[in-house]
Write a protein that binds this ligand. Structure first.
Ligand SMILES: Cc1cc2nc3c(=O)[nH]c(=O)nc-3n(C[C@H](O)[C@H](O)[C@H](O)COP(=O)(O)OP(=O)(O)OC[C@H]3O[C@@H](n4cnc5c(N)ncnc54)[C@H](O)[C@@H]3O)c2cc1C
Length: 408
């Protein structure tokens, strides 16, 4: 009888089965390398470069993991959870019980597999990036058939095979605020349901361009970001669904604008990868030296939502209570932090990264650096950072002060 051939899939923060290329490779290897003897195990570890997640995102992560565990259990495939360990460290712990013959790693969901430009020639500006695309995003893969790949008997400490009690306690402790613009569950099934609802079953996508600057409620924007940050929804699946919408109803402002925003995400992900540490350094990609005021008491008040500016404090209260903030709200808060308080932008970015339910370091840093005038904003290459006139913004986007009344 031939020996069992074990393939481990390390999710690396990609908490879904849909459009998971590494899962396809794992299944193919397990089936063909050793017909009938191939077994799959799945590891959920801390990706090596991932900082500790904040409380709102941890709640969602626990939901996404619970859903995955149930779906894998249906095929008798164990999901081994090592919240504190990297994949390499987890494999060492596992070694006395099982040594997988092959370990495959999940990769962050992106529209393109690679971006061929070298660091020196990588576009500094989004428009240039977009014009240089010249190819269509890679289409998503379906969930592969997992039958017969489970059943590996694996005894381990309780925590590996069951929900992490600490993470669960944290998740339960922080119930979503009923006023939240993101009252949803973070697992894959909920992400796909939201995608179908927003793009196909409601007028969400059709009105996206007109409504995306809203501040209150679930429908002013897609709310895909928390799913994307956890990898419980694939960006290629979103793009494909937008194409399905266009095939049914025709392309319109809403679908075009959604594709544009997904390309912004792609732009920041590749930019962060190409530039490494300078992307998040205080001087940013421009290596620009700016004098900031390192006023810690002011920063501490701001962190508690007590900046003294009613509009900003309402935004911060929403962020602290729910983890979600509209794109407009994020821009206002960052612009005020940078231009009025003159606090170091990296402090604000770090604070956002802890509290945001969709915290994604490359997108967070890219947007903060852009607004601080050290990143990819072409206007800032030769002048000061862009500044939002908050009084005017409120008249435009919250004339009846709905947001302020809700969160003051
Ligand atoms: C200071 C600041 C910090 C931010 N930090 C994050 C972050 O940590 N994580 C995060 O996902 N987004 C971040 N954003 C971008 C944007 O605010 C959110 O992606 C968006 O508000 C999420 O809600 P949504 O999914 O409903 O967005 P929608 O408007 O429906 O957009 C759809 C998708 O497009 C992408 N997208 C939209 N706007 C942007 C943008 N400005 N930059 C890059 N991608 C974009 C996102 O993946 C988003 O889910 C930040 C923006 C600012 C100004």
């Amino acid at each position: 009888m031939s020996a069992t051939f074990v393939v481990a899939l390390a999710l690396e923060g990609q908490l879904r089965l849909d459009d998971q290329p590494a899962l396809h490779r794992a299944v193919a290897l397990a089936r063909h390398q050793s017909p009938g003897q191939g077994k799959l195990i799945v590891l959920a570890c801390r990706p090596p470069d991932q900082r500790l997640r904040g409380p709102h995102q941890r709640r969602l992560e626990a939901q996404a993991l619970a859903c995955l565990r149930t779906r894998l259990a249906a095929a008798a495939i164990p999901l081994l959870h090592f919240p504190q360990h990297t994949t390499a460290a987890a494999l060492e712990l596992l070694a006395p019980r099982v040594r997988p013959q092959v370990v495959l790693h999940g990769q962050e969901s992106r529209l393109f597999d690679d971006w061929p430009l070298a660091q020196e020639t990588f576009p500094r500006v989004f428009g240039e990036f977009r014009r240089g695309l010249g190819r269509a995003p890679v289409p998503p893969l379906p969930v592969p058939d997992l039958e017969d790949l489970g059943g590996l008997r694996l005894e381990g400490p309780r925590g590996w095979l069951e929900a992490d009690p600490q993470a669960d306690a944290a998740a339960k402790h922080i119930l979503p605020d009923p006023r939240s613009a993101f009252p949803f569950v973070g697992d894959e099934a909920s992400g796909l349901a939201r995608l179908g609802h927003y793009c196909l079953d409601s007028d969400g996508l059709r009105h996206y361009k007109a409504r995306r600057n809203g501040l209150v409620g679930t429908e002013f924007s897609s709310k895909f970001s928390p799913y994307l940050a956890l990898g419980s929804l694939s960006v290629r699946r979103i793009w494909q669904t937008v194409l399905d919408y266009e095939a049914r109803r025709g392309a319109d402002d809403g679908s075009e604008w959604m594709k544009q925003e997904l390309l912004w995400r792609e732009f920041f992900l590749w930019t962060a990868q190409r530039h490494g540490a300078s992307f998040g350094a205080p001087g940013g990609l421009q290596n620009r030296q700016i004098e900031w005021s390192e006023d810690r008491p002011l920063f501490e008040r701001w962190c508690r939502g007590r900046s003294g500016h009613l509009l900003i404090d309402a935004q911060l209260n929403e962020l602290l209570s729910t983890g979600y903030l509209s794109n407009r709200g994020r821009q206002w808060v960052a612009s005020h932090f940078i231009n009025e308080l003159h606090l170091p932008w990296t402090w604000g970015a770090r604070f956002f990264e802890w509290w945001l339910i969709d915290a994604q370091p490359a997108l967070n840093t890219g947007n903060w650096a852009y607004l601080a005038g050290v990143g990819n904003d072409p206007r800032s290459f030769k002048g000061p950072p862009r500044r939002f006139d908050l009084e005017r913004q409120v008249r435009l986007y919250d004339p009846e002060e709905m947001h302020r009344r809700r969160w003051s």
